[in-house]
Structure formats: structure tokens, C-alpha cells
Design a protein. Structure first.
Length: 136
């Protein structure tokens, strides 16, 4: 089974019904149907929670986060990922943390709308649309 790392922007597209929401929702559904294993990092989960506070009430946010938790595997991030991210010396430390997390979890692909943030990554990086085209 393919392990797919979902960047925060893809998950937020689905939750907030932003542009590209249908593709993001379809990828999440593939995970729920166990066609793929969808993952995100604990950092992404925290960022999503922070952003949801701007759009939803506390109870609504908590409900969404619980549903998300049931739909994705949340990858841990510890000392080793921070150390590895510091060694990557990329332009955006948050993205370096994500890359270190993806490497530690041996994910097969990254799905993001911010392709430029994932240059020089040793695994394939797709937009949601390109990923769906590749797997369907």
C-alpha cells in the first residue's frame, strides 16, 4: 500500500472547501477506503488546528480534528527529525521538518500545492490533481 504524506494545505483545502477541495477530498477518501495510507505530521496537525480556529468555533474545530485523526496517520516528530531538518538547511525550516518526518516514516510520495517548497526531495512530489491522475 502506498504511503502518502499530505501537506497541511491539501488537508485544509478539503476541510475548508477551498479551491482544489474535490481532489483533496478524493485523496482523503482513498485513505479511508484503505487504497492508500494517508499521513501527515504532528506539526501539520498543530498548524491545521491553529488555522481552523480562525474559521470555526472551538467545538467545530475539535470535531473536525477528531474526524481528521480518524482519517490519517499522524507521524511523530522528535529530536532526530529536528536534527535532520537542521542539516537540510532548506529555505524554510518548517518544510525541512516535514521532509525529515517524511524520510523517517519512509513515505512513498508527498502531495502538496506548494511544489516549490519541496524541491530536492528524494521522493516524488505531486499536486493533488497530478497524484489522482497517477493513481486512477
Amino acid at each position: 500500500m502506498k504511503t502518502v504524506f499530505l501537506d497541511s494545505n491539501v488537508i485544509l483545502d478539503a476541510i475548508l472547501d477551498r479551491s482544489g477541495a474535490e481532489n483533496a477530498k478524493q485523496i482523503l477518501q482513498f485513505g479511508r477506503d484503505q487504497q492508500i495510507r494517508n499521513c501527515t505530521s504532528v506539526l501539520s496537525f498543530a498548524n491545521i488546528a491553529y488555522i481552523l480556529r480562525k474559521y470555526l468555533s472551538g467545538d467545530e474545530s475539535l470535531g473536525v480534528l477528531k474526524a481528521l485523526f480518524d482519517s490519517v496517520s499522524v507521524l511523530p516528530m522528535g529530536d532526530q527529525q529536528v536534527y535532520n531538518a537542521l542539516r537540510l538547511a532548506g529555505p524554510d525550516f518548517e518544510d525541512s521538518l516535514q521532509i525529515a518526518c517524511v524520510k523517517a516514516a519512509s513515505c512513498d510520495v508527498i502531495v502538496t500545492r506548494n511544489m516549490k517548497h519541496y524541491k530536492d526531495v528524494p521522493i516524488p512530489v505531486f499536486t493533488p490533481e497530478d497524484f489522482l491522475n497517477a493513481v486512477t
